[in-house]
Design a protein around this ligand. Structure first.
Ligand code: NDP
Length: 237
């Protein structure tokens, strides 16, 4: 793959996805992002897309490929939500909604992206999971299950498509300073920092750096891997 690459990032209007998009733009790549309201960072083509809707995903890829001038070469499946609650009180709707967004949403994007990547005989798929996928988290049965599923997804893609120049890897962030974690109660934020050997939350740009590496030519022989960006929080898993 030579630069500029055609890159699509889901959920690229804020938080981690936005930092990832900005870092690809800064590197000179051709970038499209999706968000539900169609907004996005400067330098990227912003496309409205809801990852829970297959038709919306397929249409967003059509639009992105038109704007970027060819099939997507790098897909970063980043869009995600939480809907925490204790197991005994978690509703079917809450469980289904989180799985539909985080796990099935990534599946819809990967399925669509794979068509172009197979034709090109190269591609980079990076799935944004969470360290909770491997450590578990109280009140996060839905979220942890959705994020753990991404690991099986990346490894199955690797077995199916690894011989066609396509890699699929997973990044597992720890606690990153975004809208998602800013809503946590102060006591919980302090407890997370205390449990993290690095002793701090990370900035979204620190996740973007790991994604950029996995999307690079240098990472051509890395596939099915799980790369933590967690300040040591999940060590040993
Ligand atoms: P934010 O809440 O800041 O951003 C979430 C993004 O996902 C937004 O762009 C949002 O778009 C998009 N999104 C949500 N639902 C949908 C949907 N149905 N269709 C399309 N887009 C959707 O979260 P973060 O930046 O913190 O998180 C990004 C990813 O990183 C998530 O997958 C999250 O699980 C993961 N992560 C985050 C951690 C953290 O500490 N922050 C830790 C570990 C993992 P919209 O503006 O339209 O809502």
């Amino acid at each position: 793959m030579t630069q500029p690459r055609r890159v699509l990032i889901t959920g690229g209007n804020r938080g981690i996805g936005r930092a990832i998009a900005e870092s690809f733009v800064a590197a000179g790549d051709s970038v499209a992002i999706t968000s539900r309201d169609g907004s996005g960072p400067e330098g990227a083509t912003a496309i409205a897309c809801d990852v829970t809707d297959s038709a919306s995903v397929d249409a967003a890829f059509d639009e992105a490929e038109q704007a970027l001038g060819g099939p997507v070469e790098v897909l970063v499946a980043n869009a995600g939500i939480t809907d925490d609650g204790l197991l005994m009180r978690m509703s079917d709707e809450s469980f289904a909604k989180v799985i539909d967004t985080n796990l099935a949403g990534a599946f819809r994007c990967v399925r669509r992206a794979s068509k172009g990547m197979i034709r090109l005989r190269h591609g980079r798929i990076v799935l944004i999971s969470s360290i909770v996928a491997v450590t578990g988290g109280p009140g996060q049965v839905n979220y942890a299950a959705s994020k753990a599923g991404l690991i099986g997804m990346a490894r199955s893609i690797t077995r199916e498509l690894g011989g066609r120049g396509i890699t699929a890897n997973v990044v597992t962030p720890g606690y990153i300073d975004t809208d998602m974690t800013r809503g946590l109660p102060e006591a919980q934020r302090e407890a997370f920092v205390a449990a993290t050997p690095a002793g701090r939350f990370a900035q979204p740009e620190e996740v973007a750096a790991a994604v950029r590496f996995l999307a690079s030519d240098d990472a051509a022989y890395i596939s099915g891997a799980v790369l933590p960006v967690d300040g040591g929080l999940g060590m040993g898993h």
